[in-house]
Design a protein around this ligand. Structure first.
Ligand code: NAD
Length: 519
């Protein structure tokens, strides 16, 4: 079945092809050809999907962690069995290499399906809370987590599986039904996953996919009980405003401008390999890509020379069979223009391009892997999210200057420090204003599903992974349970002067002594 037929079938079986919706063309960015069409759903169609999900939620919650875990494992089996078909669509709609689709998306999602199936129960178990208050002696206090109801997940185009479907997994395991609104640029893979849920016989409508552009996402926020958003900081701010208006919980995974710091005693070869890999992979369209590098003076020349050699050796082109190319296409045409403008702005202000620097002439959308030096913080390429295959490198005097420049940013997503002196590397990492920091590594922290991953500053609110990554999909309920109680407790009506006096005496006895201060 062709990708076009697949997408149309998936849309029909999603039950939303009828109505007034317009159609969105989906392109293969590596070739320019049209590979499918999906509905640009109206607000009414999105609302209808949320209603269906709402009706399905009680049954989904009722099957419990074991039942939902079975569905997740069944889905993982489906993904593995259908991997060629899924990878084909993923590569075609995104333009990324097959290796990136396999490792950073399919492998991640299969791992996450098993992880949440196994650990959701533990993270969401009731917590017995021991209280300090003498007034609560003999009473039981319990914190429980229960699903919000219907969760809306809105995703970007750079990782259709990992950053759209991936965020549905803990929401589903918590007992919510989910309506997923993938990016209008890359909706096909997620439609396949929605189709897969039906194929494996999952309870109907526990997961539904709403296709469409920004207005479909906005309509989703109008009706769900909680929203998880991954995308740009600009859109994330709008999502937060709408969620605040409705007073529903929101978690935001937004843009970044991740710094790498290479200290004088670093393993320069490893640092250069990491810098090239994680700035050029997926054409730099990774929220946690290395977007700028600060290198201490003594190793600057060696680092630049290695990065230039390694970048020149990269093979770019339309992704085909495994091992064919290293860097694929740019997924979204407007992004190519942003990358081009950042490079031009840097050149206008005195930077030098050592490798690459240009967009290709079509038919596909490509931007050459690009290395720049002579950059500074007056340039967009050092301060704004470029989201392309660019690596600007800046020379710094010492670690303090590197930290100051790394922190001179409105973002705070990931970061990395390279040093053979581990204590020094960790000391520097701890000074970085970023939600995540790696020492002698980059990006790999994303695979630690037990550890919260989230952005600080304008890179986001909340976290995915770990306990917070599933508890955010739940409301809490604190229970106070009194098993044996007198008919009437001390201090109850009618008010009596002697009781108030007794409370006052207790208070003065406990807290009435002047505290000592340290000299
Ligand atoms: P985007 O903000 O343009 O779009 C993201 C999603 O929001 C799309 O599905 C879009 O249709 C929808 N949308 C647009 N307007 C909306 C509105 N008013 N209300 C609700 N939804 C709306 O982002 P993008 O260009 O698709 O993705 C790239 C961005 O995503 C980059 O900034 C990247 O850093 C970020 N990102 C962050 C992470 C992370 O984990 N922090 C992961 C991947 C991508």
């Amino acid at each position: 079945m062709s990708a076009l037929e697949q997408s149309d079938t998936a849309v029909r079986s999603n039950g939303a092809a009828q109505g007034q919706a317009g159609r969105i063309e989906v392109h293969n960015p590596a070739t320019g050809e049209v590979i499918g069409h999906v509905d640009d759903m109206t607000a009414g169609q999105v609302e209808a999907l949320v209603e269906r999900a709402r009706r399905a939620q009680p049954e989904w919650e009722a099957i419990g962690f074991d039942g939902r875990g079975e569905v997740m494992r069944e889905l993982r089996y489906w993904v593995v069995q259908n991997r060629e078909r899924v990878l084909d669509v993923l590569v075609k709609e995104n333009g990324k290499t097959r290796e990136d689709a396999l490792l950073a998306e399919m492998f991640y999602v299969c791992d996450a399906l098993g992880f949440w199936a196994k650990h959701a129960r533990k993270y969401l178990a009731d917590e017995r809370i021991k209280t300090h208050s003498p007034l609560l002696m003999g009473k039981r206090v319990v914190l429980r987590h229960r699903p919000h109801g219907v969760v809306g997940v809105i995703g970007p185009w750079n990782y259709p599986l990992t950053n759209s479907f991936g965020d549905c997994i803990p929401a589903l395991m918590a007992g919510n039904s989910v309506v997923l609104k993938p990016s209008e640029v890359t909706p096909l893979t997620n439609l396949m996953l929605g189709e897969a849920m039906r194929e494996i016989g999952a309870p109907p409508d526990a997961l539904l996919v709403a296709t469409g552009a920004g207005q479909a996402g906005a309509a989703l926020i109008e009706h769900v009980d909680m929203v998880h958003f991954t995308g740009s900081t600009a859109t994330g701010r709008k999502v937060a405003v709408e969620a605040a208006r409705r007073l529903i919980p929101v978690s935001l995974e937004l843009g970044g401008k991740d710094p790498m710091i290479v200290l004088r005693e670093a393993d320069v070869e490893r640092a250069a390999n990491m810098a090239v890999q994680w700035s050029m992979s997926n054409s730099g369209q990774i929220c946690i890509a290395v977007e700028r590098v600060y290198v201490e003076e003594p190793v600057y020349d060696e680092f630049v020379q290695k990065v230039v050699e390694k970048t020149r050796a990269l093979r770019q082109g339309p992704p085909g069979t495994p091992g064919g190319v290293d860097v694929g296409a740019m997924t979204n045409a407007p992004q190519v223009e942003i990358v081009r403008s950042h490079v031009q702005d840097a050149l206008d202000k005195g930077a030098e391009v050592l490798v690459g620097g240009k967009a290709s002439q079509g038919p596909g959308q490509f931007f050459e892997p690009t290395v720049l030096t002579g950059v500074d913080h007056t340039m967009k390429i050092m301060t704004e999210e470029t989201f392309g295959p660019t690596l600007p490198i800046m020379k710094v005097r010492d670690a303090d200057e590197a930290v100051r420049l790394a922190n001179e940013s409105r973002y705070g997503l990931n970061s990395s420090v390279f040093s053979k002196d581990i204590a020094k590397g960790e000391h520097v990492a701890r000074q970085l204003h970023a939600g995540n920091a790696c020492v002698n590594d980059a990006l790999m922290n994303y695979l630690a599903l037990e550890a919260p991953f989230g952005g600080s500053r304008e890179s986001g609110l909340g976290a995915r992974h770990g306990a917070p990554g599933i508890r955010k999909y739940c409301a809490t309920q604190t229970l106070l349970i009194t098993r044996f109680g007198p008919k009437k407790e001390f201090g109850m009506y009618p008010n009596k002067a002697w009781q108030a006096k007794a409370f006052e005496r207790v208070m003065v006895a406990m807290w009435g002594r002047k505290p000592k201060r340290r000299k």
